[in-house]
Design a protein around this ligand. Structure first.
Ligand code: NZQ
Ligand code: ZN
Length: 385
């Protein structure tokens, strides 16, 4: 096991009606807040009114910026930074999913910085300080509500880039599973794939001697595989939604990756798909990228992939050939994605590998199971066809 530090300070407030606490919790963050949200789902569901009522009841002064798109865009981040500076905003409340939270995080590091916020995402500079952020989460998926990451897209350069920064963990995260009832099944399915992927990116490692986190990850993956189909049969079940919301939070909160090298190649490969096909949800890019990546790299750490196939996908010993065991596990994973109506091939989203040269360049050097070369990435994109 590798050395590590683990410090997740986000105050998670979980359960029914918890959004009513948004005002009091935000009040503790600063004097003036940016209320940041997406394309309108929170207005349709009535959440917007409840959050505003909570802010007003707590005497929180705020301005608003809506319009965050899935795969959040750099242009709106820059607009948010200008607005915060003009209005003297000193904290941010993000109400929505990963896209809203990631946009809020980028604004939060951009406000106190003299240069262009994109410098952080292109690794030209490192953030030293940030405005504090609070979150009301509406979708179990990205895990940004307690994570150290933010992912932003620049349409002008077809770049979708992530930034990890310890200060990116929100100060508080309100998680009310009831807020997820309004989610379309497709968005829910994308979220399931994303949380599963967050565990798999940590699990598939080359670090030895990490049995405890191996088994935590295996339990997490098994639980998600078990819970998600139950939602298809009984979408109104509160406990199922609650378990899924907690799973997405734990999957990316950091604890499952401690002491081990994490991989993240599938995410990098999938981000390039969303960078060129902007409207593709992150989870749907992952359901295509993950199985292809697994097929390409599994021989690099065959014992771990066999362990996964047997302990997580229940592939039994009748498959005596090691390759057959792993490939059967991957086949079962693809079948799980298909059951959730997620794509597993580029052709299913009317995409192909025409940009794979440019996409592959952005994947060079990423990966713990196998550090990808450009040729590796091109070959993996070919497996996605
Ligand atoms: O914009 P609105 O109208 O709110 O609609 C959203 C959006 O269209 C809708 N939605 C959200 N909650 C809803 C709802 N519709 C009805 N009822 C609700 N309760 O769902 C759509 C997708 O929302 P989005 O925020 O994009 O989803 P998600 O949480 O999956 O976030 C995806 C983004 O997070 C990034 C992804 O790359 C992608 O850009 N990620 C962020 C990570 C992080 N910061 O740690 C890690 C992840 O790996 C991921 O990369
Ligand atoms: Zn993800």
């Amino acid at each position: 096991m590798d050395n590590f530090t683990y410090h997740n300070y986000t105050n998670v407030v979980f359960g029914k009606d918890t959004e009513t606490e948004a005002g009091v919790l935000t009040k503790a963050l600063g004097n003036k807040t940016l209320l940041h949200y997406g394309g309108g789902s929170i207005r349709q569901s009535g959440l917007y009114d409840r959050v505003v009522a909570s802010l007003q009841a707590a005497g929180v002064d705020f301005v608003e910026l809506s319009g965050v798109q899935p795969n959040p865009r750099l242009n709106l981040v820059r607009e948010g930074i200008d607005l915060c500076r003009r209005e003297g905003v000193d904290c941010i409340l993000a109400v929505g999913g990963g896209s809203v939270i990631d946009s809020a995080k980028a604004i939060a590091v951009g406000v106190p910085y003299d240069g262009d916020v994109w410098d952080f995402y292109t690794q030209k500079s490192k953030p030293e300080t940030t405005l504090p952020i609070g979150v009301v989460l509406t979708i179990p998926a990205a895990g940004s509500e307690t994570s150290t990451s933010s992912v932003i897209s620049d349409e002008a350069t077809y770049a979708k880039l992530g930034l990890r920064y310890q200060g990116y963990r929100p100060q508080f995260a309100i998680l009310n599973p009831e807020l997820t009832y309004s989610l379309p099944p497709y968005q829910l399915a994308c979220g399931v794939c994303d949380m599963l992927a967050h565990i798999m990116e940590r699990y598939f490692s080359s670090t030895q001697g990490v049995d405890f986190t191996d088994r935590l990850c295996e339990g997490g993956m098994r639980s998600i595989l078990h819970i998600a189909p139950k939602l298809l049969d009984d979408p109104d079940d509160y406990d199922t939604r609650a378990n899924l919301m907690w799973a997405s939070c734990v999957a990316h909160g950091g604890i499952l990756g401690v002491g081990r090298q994490e991989d993240w190649a599938s995410h990098r490969l999938s981000h390039q798909i969303s960078a060129w096909w902007h409207d593709l949800a992150h989870g749907a890019a992952l359901s295509i990228a993950l199985p292809a990546w697994m097929k390409y790299v599994y021989r690099e750490n065959l014992p771990l992939f066999i362990q996964w196939a047997q302990r997580v996908m229940d592939v039994d010993l009748t498959f005596s050939d090691p390759d057959a065991i792993v490939l059967e596990g991957i086949r079962r994973l693809e079948a799980f994605f298909r059951r959730l109506d997620l794509p597993v091939r580029l052709s299913e989203i009317d995409a192909d590998d025409r940009y794979s040269e440019a996409m592959a360049e952005k994947c060079v050097g990423v990966g713990a199971v196998k550090k990808l070369t450009k040729e590796d990435a091109i070959a993996i994109y070919r497996l996605m066809l």
